[in-house]
Design a protein around this ligand. Sequence first.
Ligand SMILES: Nc1ncnc2c1ncn2[C@@H]1O[C@H](COP(=O)(O)OP(=O)(O)O)[C@@H](O)[C@H]1O
Ligand SMILES: [Mg+2]
Length: 359
Amino acid sequence: MLARFIRKQNTPPTQDAVREALRTLIDPATGTVLDDEALVERITVDHRGVVVVLSIDAASHHARAPLVSKGANALQQRLGCDVKILLTAHKTAPHADHAASQQAPRKKASWNLTPIPHVQSIVAVASGKGGVGKSTTTVMLAHALRARGLRVGIVDADIYGPSIPRMLGLESTRQPEIQDNQMIPPVAHGIAAMSMGLIMGDTAAVMRAPMITKALHQLLRGTRWGSEEAPLDVLLVDMPPGTGDIHISLAQAVPLAGAIIVTTPQDVAVMDAKKCLLAFEKLGVPVLGIIENMSGFTDASGYHHAIFGEGGGKKLAAEHGSKLLASIPLNPALCQAMERGLCDDSLLAHYHGISETLS
Ligand SMILES: Nc1ncnc2c1ncn2[C@@H]1O[C@H](COP(=O)(O)OP(=O)(O)O)[C@@H](O)[C@H]1O
Ligand SMILES: [Mg+2]
């Protein structure tokens, strides 16, 4: 059994093989071969298995539900690895009123976006790549919003790689207190935060995709973020890298005021940031602007070293009619402050402007 498991884990199928296998399924909504070109939104293949996200119209959800169980089982047999099929209802039904479908944000119309009690607005901080400074930006932005007198919280949606507790100096905090079945978020520097890092400590989160979505819901809705008397003004969501399940789940779970896209200046990062930006647009989430992080380094003599190139954030913003919210240089003091869970006012200069735009 274990040997079979290891063999399965070692030989993940290619994307083409997954598509080929999908074309052996009958689409229960049409009675014909599943049209992978039209329906596949994303295929993720890794050592844990295959996740296929199909983008369907909401009206066909019921008819296509068997794909999630029977369809996935059939693919599992064929591909010899764990397969999940997820249905997302991004598309309006073909018979839906055309004008309405043009005007309404498509996805929001078909999703039940219940606000989080006592939270005024929710903003995602995302990028295509890891290591470009999403978590740093989230934390510094929270400090800047807090300095403007706003009530701020952070959800650490990076379930596998939580870094918010450390960056806020919350590492030694014990598990969150529970009251009336809700977690009470610990507060550091006046910022409330909830993270798998607080719940699981140093133990790595080992979860399959559906569990991750549950964990995200728990962090978002199982937490008492504010009260009638003291509602949270802004809840920032520190996203994991990429454009995966968490992004879809978040956009389907809560009404997002928008997303901020973080990139570094070089092309490879910009390319991934662009994918992320387009994913949010596709999910009906407004892009509030772009932040270029690690925009060079100015040495003691005043010479500017464009370490990761220049202008990527500006170019991306121009291409997509978005705003470049800030270009934040490399600053070793910022890195050290994040390591220690500290922040001082001298580090906030670049973030005040962004917080003004948001508030
Ligand atoms: N502008 C910056 N100057 C110096 N170090 C930075 C800057 N932005 C981020 N870092 C550092 O880079 C590393 C990765 O940042 P992080 O915010 O964890 O990225 P991500 O969340 O995108 O994976 C961290 O050690 C962080 O302190
Ligand atoms: Mg991070």
